[in-house]
Ligand binder design. Structure first.
Ligand code: WTA
Length: 637
């Protein structure tokens, strides 16, 4: 294996310059030196941004599992590939070596083959965070089947729409899953979903909870009935660079989810490269990304990125607070985690707990800590830095999307400096640009605009499954010739990027554009406040006014609410300006969130505007009951 690490700040600048000046040469070297191929490519990259047609490593032949598993066997066969930490701390964790992983993946590939799955077929995976989730994904990759993981918290209707969209032949699930104190039944959800899915021929069931399940004849199969007898030999399928690798659904501005399609070679190269550099991974480090594999973060940085680098990666089945609010910190202590990667929403939730929970655990193994999924506010950044990283672990605030496959903007630890709340600098190969409403590129520093990317990178999604037109319209038409991210960003005086949030969350108040994310950041500075969400609602004079939903920390509960409201607006006025003051503030016990922790602003906007009629599908929310609670309190006021 060659080396693709970025070793110093001058090296970063050098690599970056090279990658922009000659992207073909840059990626050609990285791809040649660091991966095993059956056949070399005859063109590094080819693209047409108008038609949204992108090809990387044309005609190369490969299989990602050769690079994730097989090539490590000679030197790392007995090294742990996956540490699996169960929900119940009393249950034993599993340490799966690369040798074992190889055997288990081959067996699973044979089971899937026996059930009629072939190269190109789609397989939906609806599993909790158990080893079989990773093993099935790798088995699909090995046999050339296209996996589509559906987060095991989605409702039957959400499962059905995804299965139907990709036309999956098989869905794998488990009897149930453990989440904290709860046992959730998954098989009945799949049963209900599959009723509406004519493409599904087989339902494969993994036993996890031992719950009672009913099996439909000729359709349902228990993994244990096949797996023990399955052979440990499997002939890896040779894949073309641009063959479909996986589909992962993400929500769009309309209700219909978008099946983002990633292909084989480009995804592999970019994810491996970014994992190594962004987490400063060194041999024998233990890496933990707490994201569920059902999301892109779990695909790229719990599974594929680490294995491509021969790393040890941790998979945790449970919740951050089970059985107590120190579970995350206990896992770090137990497995001596070196890199920890999580979401701001988890950080804020844990920061709300008594500080003793984190203080009493030994976190000295940590070297790098990371954040992903939404802008991290100043207070959460500092709490993470002070109490988890102990001010000696660089925080990598990594900006990217399901569509981008891998991280595009992030600090590189010990190489480029961090700056609180800033994702900072683009990775080599990534050319961010800021665009104004008139589609002009905003030049120079100290600027703010719509974030676009000028040149394709290897792991950009190639299409929306079955709807290339929608892909083109969503990402390549707003700013012709560029990929539009849908995010706003600002660039500071030295060129660091700070993601300000989705551009669709902008509210225009008295003719002024106000981002809700910076207002929330400012509110969250108040020591009595845990979290907040700001939305716009119609106002007679100003066009729009601002409505804040605010969660108090325990210490805030006993405070005079009128005074608190005044203080909140004072903080906003002082950090942003009086224009950004809130017209209404509602103190709430929680905020409606998607399973990945994003606030559902669409619902809050309706509540704020007094429109209680149709909240749309709330079944995919993490906490659907909160919607009624907030609504009723709003009506009473
Ligand atoms: C947001 C998650 C600020 C952003 C990997 C993006 C972020 C969307 C960050 C993609 C970050 C992700 N700072 N915002 N570090 N990371 N986002 O597809 O709005 O679930 O467009 O991918 O999350 O969410 P997705």
């Amino acid at each position: 294996m060659g080396s693709y690490s970025i070793s110093s700040l001058p090296d970063y600048f050098k690599q970056y310059r090279k990658s922009i000046k000659n992207p073909k040469k840059f990626w050609n070297r990285i791809a040649t030196e660091n991966f095993e191929w059956y056949q070399h490519w005859n063109k590094v990259v080819e693209f047409d941004m108008e038609e949204a047609k992108i090809t990387w490593f044309k005609n190369a032949k490969l299989n990602i599992t050769k690079n994730c598993i097989d090539r490590h066997l000679a030197t790392r066969g007995n090294k742990t590939a996956i540490i699996w930490e169960p929900n119940d701390p009393k249950e034993k964790s599993q340490h799966i070596t690369y040798n074992e992983l190889h055997g288990r993946v081959c067996k699973m590939a044979n089971v899937l083959t026996d059930l009629g799955i072939q190269k190109g077929d789609r397989v939906c995976i609806y599993l909790p965070m158990i080893p079989e989730l990773a093993i099935t994904m790798l088995a699909c990759a090995k046999m050339g089947a296209v996996h589509s993981v559906i987060f095991a918290g989605f409702s039957a209707s959400a499962v059905a729409s995804r299965v139907n969209d990709c036309g999956a032949k098989l869905i794998i699930t488990s009897d149930g899953s453990y989440r904290g104190n709860k046992v959730l039944e998954l098989k009945p959800i799949v049963d209900e979903a599959v009723e509406k899915c004519s493409s599904v021929e087989k339902v494969l069931v993994v036993k996890r909870t031992g719950g009672k399940i009913t099996l439909k004849k000729n359709r349902d199969v228990i993994l244990d009935d096949y797996y023990p007898k399955a052979s440990k030999d499997f002939v890896t399928k040779i894949m073309d660079a641009e063959d479909p690798f996986f589909i992962l659904y993400t929500s769009g501005s309309t209700g219909r989810p978008k099946g983002m399609l990633h292909t084989c070679a480009g995804y592999m190269v970019y994810v491996a490269y970014t994992f190594k550099n962004i987490f400063n991974y060194e041999e024998n480090d233990i890496f933990w990304c707490s994201a569920d594999i059902g999301w892109i973060t779990g695909h790229s940085y719990t599974l594929y990125g680490p294995l491509l680098n021969g790393a040890t990666t941790v998979m945790y089945e449970g919740t951050p607070t089970h059985p107590a609010p120190d579970r995350f910190w206990k896992i770090i202590e137990k497995h001596k985690i070196n890199q920890f990667y999580t979401a701001p929403t988890a950080i804020r939730a844990l920061a709300k707990e008594n500080y003793e929970w984190v203080k009493k655990r030994n976190l000295s193994s940590l070297k790098v800590i990371g954040s992903v999924g939404e802008p991290i506010n100043d207070e959460a950044w500092h709490w993470y830095n002070d109490h988890v990283g102990k001010r000696k672990c660089p925080i990598v605030d990594t900006w990217w999307q399901t569509e981008t496959g891998g991280i595009l903007i992030s600090p590189i630890p010990f190489v480029t400096p961090t700056k609180p709340t800033y994702a900072t600098l683009p990775l080599p190969g990534i050319q961010p640009v800021l665009m104004d409403e008139k589609r002009n590129e905003i030049m120079g520093n100290q600027a703010e605009g719509n974030l676009c990317i000028r040149f394709p990178w290897p792991s950009i999604a190639r299409t929306i499954w079955g709807d290339h037109q929608r892909y083109k319209e969503t990402y390549f038409t707003a700013f012709p010739g560029k990929y539009f991210t849908g995010d706003g960003a600002l660039r500071d005086e030295v060129g660091y990027y700070r993601i300000t949030g989705r551009v669709d969350d902008v509210v225009i108040v008295s003719g002024h554009n106000l981002g809700t994310a910076p207002i929330e950041d400012s509110i969250n500075l108040h020591p009595a406040i845990a979290e907040s969400a700001v939305v716009g609602y119609p106002h007679d004079v100003k066009g729009n006014a601002l409505y804040g939903f605010v969660i108090l920390k325990e210490m805030g509960e006993s405070r005079d609410k009128k005074n608190l409201e005044k203080e909140i607006n004072q903080v906003i006025a002082e950090t942003i300006g009086p224009i950004a003051k809130l017209d209404k503030i509602q103190f709430v016990p929680g905020l409606p969130k998607t399973r990945s922790g994003k606030i559902m602003r669409r619902i809050l906007r309706k509540i704020a505007s007094g429109d209680f009629d149709n909240f749309g599908d709330t079944s995919t929310l993490l906490n659907p009951e909160i919607v009624e609670e907030i609504k009723n309190a709003r009506i009473e006021n």
